[in-house]
Design a protein around this ligand. Structure first.
Ligand code: HEC
Length: 181
């Protein structure tokens, strides 16, 4: 009798250990983007309050994207831009918001000829986060794309960020956008 309960104790202890391990692994999975709203590969979040950050510049992409973009930075990024500091210091975050590029018949009605193009529906938000130690393997930058506020789960898409941004010369610190005064 005593032997049986010792055996059962050992088995349940082993099961408990196993379920703790499984729970820990599930927790890690969640942190890496299954349920937590973070990008794959880098674990980048949509930063709080980014919509109120300062404007760095604007851009327009024709072709397939056909969008209009605003590039905003947090205080660390904007300070580095204004001081011309490269590489960007750790903690710098740059977000790129994009909207469909649309002609505006409503605005054109007051002009002598069609000429007004405006931001339509939002497309996606891309985020670059500088952390030279955490993201040492990708030049010090972590990346993420958010569609309707949700982290895009595609690992291939997320890896394409560094692959393309790394094509810039070293002096640019993987950032294309120049500060518009
Ligand atoms: C094929 C090349 C390419 C890929 C892939 C790419 N980017 Fe970019 N990115 C650019 C270029 C060029 C600009 C500046 C011009 C523009 O926005 O059209 C830019 C601008 C940005 C900016 C504004 C700051 C800056 O560096 O100029 C952010 C933020 C950004 N990209 C993040 C991302 C993220 C996140 C991904 C991946 C999900 C990504 N990019 C994928 C080429 C690329």
């Amino acid at each position: 009798m005593i032997r049986i309960s010792t055996c059962c104790l050992a088995v349940s202890a082993a099961l408990l250990g196993l379920s703790t391990m499984v729970a820990a692994a599930q927790g890690r999975g969640r942190e890496q983007g299954e349920n937590a709203n973070v990008s794959p590969v880098y674990g980048v979040k949509l930063p709080k309050g980014y919509r109120d950050w300062k404007l760095i510049s604007v851009a327009h992409e024709a072709g397939k994207n056909n969008d209009i973009r605003a590039i905003l930075g947090n205080d660390i990024a904007v300070k580095a831009y204004r001081e011309g500091k490269r590489p960007f210091p750790d903690g710098a975050v740059i977000v790129r918001l994009a909207w469909q590029y649309e002609s505006s018949p409503r605005n054109d009605a007051v002009f002598p000829a069609p000429q007004s193009f405006v931001a339509g529906a939002p497309t996606n938000v891309q985020v670059s986060v500088k952390d030279s130690r955490l993201y040492a393997a990708s030049g010090g930058w972590g990346y993420g794309q958010f569609d309707s506020g949700k982290a895009n789960p595609s690992e291939a898409l997320t890896r394409s960020c560094f692959a393309c941004h790394a094509k810039l010369d070293a002096g640019s610190d993987q950032v294309f956008t120049a500060y518009s005064h």
